[in-house]
Design a protein around this ligand. Structure first.
Ligand SMILES: NC(=O)c1ccc[n+]([C@@H]2O[C@H](COP(=O)([O-])OP(=O)(O)OC[C@H]3O[C@@H](n4cnc5c(N)ncnc54)[C@H](OP(=O)(O)O)[C@@H]3O)[C@@H](O)[C@H]2O)c1
Length: 291
């Protein structure tokens, strides 16, 4: 069984590769990337590293040659990523890949207003129509986003302002998502299945400020405002349209309950429980404390 991880120099993919190499022989691992040099440590460990770019479909037949199972990590660029995912799926089918494991999103439900969701749903359609075996890993809200991007500036200002109105989500460590993905890649029986890969508890951004204040030793308040008010604040701060739309629609979606699925998939797949977000806050205590 030859297993490929594409977009392999990314954070989720790279962590998945590390876990995978603890489980299977490096002879069975292919890492596909636009940046072969960035994966020298994996080549040194015996994995095969190949060039592949979803925007250059002509690069993909060689990248996916003799691969049985592929981790398709969802890309970033809204709208365009559907074309990128399609190129990867088409090339996989043509190359003889039998099984794709796709990193979807916990909010990927019809009707969810989050602007990142339509691309996932379109990718699901492409995968379902591909004739390949598929496993969906519906990744929860990465805990890294609030801990390293949202909370530090909020703590510096003394206030976190959003539109989530105490709604909750099951924040999950990206590394736990990687461990779960590696477990699925390394074993059989996951074809046709969907897993919600979430953290261990439901927390709101108000809870996060309380936890972060305790760990950083710096007080931070929480204020939820109306959607149009948040949008106006973000616009005044120069946040680009697409990012603003993503942030505001995330809050609307969280309030509608789309962040609430809670599962024990990390424990079931990896044999150890999902880690709480406070672990990550402890690890980034200096960042949160502004030191
Ligand atoms: N659930 C959540 O809360 C949440 C939060 C943030 C992101 N996400 C999703 O999770 C994904 C992985 O996150 P991450 O933190 O690992 O992202 P990341 O570190 O930014 O990695 C993204 C990777 O995308 C790959 N890529 C970009 N353009 C490509 C192309 N044309 N062809 C092939 N690969 C391309 C690159 O891999 P190479 O350079 O190796 O080619 C890049 O390293 C994101 O892309 C996003 O869809 C989810």
């Amino acid at each position: 069984m030859r297993i490929a991880i594409a977009s392999a120099s990314g954070q989720l993919a790279r962590a998945t590769a590390k876990y995978l190499l603890e489980k299977v022989s490096p002879d069975d691992v292919v890492l596909v990337t636009r940046n072969v040099d960035a994966l020298a440590e994996f080549a040194d460990a015996g994995a095969t590293v190949r060039y592949g770019d979803y925007d250059r479909p002509e690069s993909l037949p060689a990248a996916f040659e003799k691969v049985d199972r592929l981790l398709l990590v969802s890309l970033h660029e809204l709208g365009h990523r559907v074309t990128q995912h399609r190129n990867a799926i088409d090339a996989s089918a043509a190359a003889g890949v039998r099984h794709i494991v796709y990193t979807s999103y916990i909010m990927a439900e019809p009707g969810c207003p989050s602007t990142v969701v339509p691309d996932h749903l379109r990718t699901h359609e492409l995968l379902d129509a591909s004739g390949l075996e598929v496993t969906y890993l519906r990744m929860g809200l990465f805990a890294e986003t609030p801990v390293t991007q949202i909370l530090p500036p909020a703590i510096a200002r003394g206030m976190l302002v959003d539109n989530t109105a105490h709604a909750k989500g099951a924040f999950v460590h990206r590394d736990d998502c990687a461990a779960a993905a590696a477990a699925v890649l390394a074993s059989s029986g996951h074809e046709g299945r969907t897993y919600d890969v979430t953290g261990p508890e439901l927390l709101g951004f108000d809870d996060l400020t309380t936890l972060a204040a305790g760990i950083s030793g710096r007080p931070v308040g929480y204020l939820s405002v109306a959607d149009d008010e948040l949008d106006a604040q973000l616009r005044a701060a120069g946040v680009p349209d697409d990012v603003r739309g993503m942030i505001v629609s995330f809050g609307v979606s969280l309030r509608a309950g789309y962040g609430e699925p809670l599962s024990d998939a990390v424990q079931r797949l990896t044999g150890r429980p999902a880690r709480p977000i406070t672990d990550l806050m402890e690890r980034h205590r200096g960042l949160l404390a502004g030191s």
